[in-house]
Design a protein around this ligand. Sequence first.
Ligand code: NAG
Ligand code: NAG
Ligand code: ZN
Length: 574
Amino acid sequence: MEKSLPTTEQAPQAPPKHHVRRTVSTVLLVALTLYLLAPLLGDSASRDVPHHATKKASCVQPPPLFPATTDEKLSRMYDFVGTEAFKNATIIRHSGAVKIDTSSFDDMGPVGEDKRWDTRYAFHDYLAETFPRLHKGLKLEKVNTFGLLYTWKGSDESLKPLVLMSHQDVVPVPASTVDAWTHPPFSGHYDGRFIWGRGSSDCKNQLVAEMETVELLLEADYKPKRTVVLSFGFDEEISGREGAGSLATFLIDRYGKDGVAAIVDEGAGFSEQWGQVFALPGVAEKGYTDVHITVRYPGGHSSIPTDHTSIGILSELISKIEAVQYRTYLADESPMLGLMQCGADHAPDFPKTLKKLLGKRSSSAKTCKAKPDLLALEAAKMGRPVKYLMQTSQAVDVIEGGVKVNALPERTTVTVNHRINIGDAPEMVWHHLTALAKPIAEKYNLTLHAFDGTKEAPLSISLSPSDTTLKVAPVTPTELDVISPYSILAGTTRAVYGEEIVVAPGMMTGNTDTRYYWPITKHIFRFGPGYDPTTDAGLGNIHTVDEKVSVANHIGMVKWFTLFVQNMDEAALE
Ligand SMILES: *[C@@H]1O[C@H](CO)[C@@H](O)[C@H](O)[C@H]1NC(C)=O
Ligand SMILES: *[C@@H]1O[C@H](CO)[C@@H](O)[C@H](O)[C@H]1NC(C)=O
Ligand SMILES: [Zn+2]
């Protein structure tokens, strides 16, 4: 990661062509995901002399990037996005999308059988009537009935397509919480500043912004060289297997491995940290594995018990699990290093101690696994939300055992949840748990079935992984010293929001639909590019009551996508 950061102040692209309003802010913005660099360290460093006076900053920000070739129609289009007429119209369009309840439920049956999927038909009809130019100009393919795949064919077939994603579905609103909403959850109510409702910020806003973008560009007679694809799944909130799973397979089949230039999907946003506002596109995701552990031990009457029961034996194992935490460390490819470098270079309140440790680390060779990672340990003092961006988490969450007070429990099970650090792997967790279980199995003369396919057997301790296991996502390259999708994204962000914004690598603790798209491109960004400096609720309350989105945030998103599509079209990329 650090190695790929620039050492020169080279500008990747042409200077700005026209002017945008610049936004200054000190307001805390919350990223869309759980990504929160919460409490700051007490040590608030002043803007001091750089630690290495001779070394140039390694988080050099690209200048604002505007399309080099523009014409009157296109610049009028960009100005139009800032008008009240566009604002009024997009409020109506986004609000209409929120009004259609496209909830995904955990127990959904197959597509075509479970009628609850069919709400997507109304949503499709709505999009068709709301974005007529797009539906006339682009090819629409429906994948697995409800997956929406729009293709805007570019004139140069040798250029890899740009894929813009979002999802059509939303999390359900439990009946018991409807009354708690300030405005009904599917009202799409506009209060003069926010649009309210389920899906307003997760993430029909991104879907609508992407469609607005194509509609606007078509109206301005824009003709892309690079193909633009819109790919909208319909069950992201329940794993995305039917939607994104099918769409990704379809696209990989069409464009091949590494056949796409870049992907932008929902994800992290903007956040103030160390006195500096950062845009934090998600370039990495932690991995995931749940491990089910079952102990089977002879039953019998409680009046003549064995010294230990399956509950006692499993408890012994659980105590051992909790006694050992995973290592807090930063792998060389962890985006946290890039983020801290950007903090050190640009944020006025970046702590001195961190800066010193960061300087030492970048001047030394690869980190030694045996030694404590002092930088990670220091950064972890910022709190658990930060620590767990640098450590595999374990949480013993579900336990079940025993049925009757006078019967010895023959079977006890536990589930341990893990989110896997960059640099670790699910197998590493499995090996660790196996090593802890082995002596206990021996002690009680039980057979150990550790990840051998046996879910349970009499007189045994068995460990098995959930089918939700997911490797750590490949880390998206974040070079800024060359023209890369990341540098185009960074330049576009500073074009829309001004040079006060620092773009830094962000990290997700959750996963998005992009998990199915890993083979198709190395350049995946989980990024909600909307930003409203006047509110900390720009991407508010996802998955809970009073979800809403600020209209200024939404319009920023439309601006961002209109520029990003053009910038990617011009970029000297494959
Ligand atoms: C936008 O909507 C507001 C509120 O309905 C209205 O007062 C205003 O005239 C509209 N502006 C335009 C340009 O349509
Ligand atoms: C351990 O279990 C095996 C069969 O599972 C049995 O043959 C053996 O006697 C047991 N040993 C002890 C010490 O209980
Ligand atoms: Zn979402």
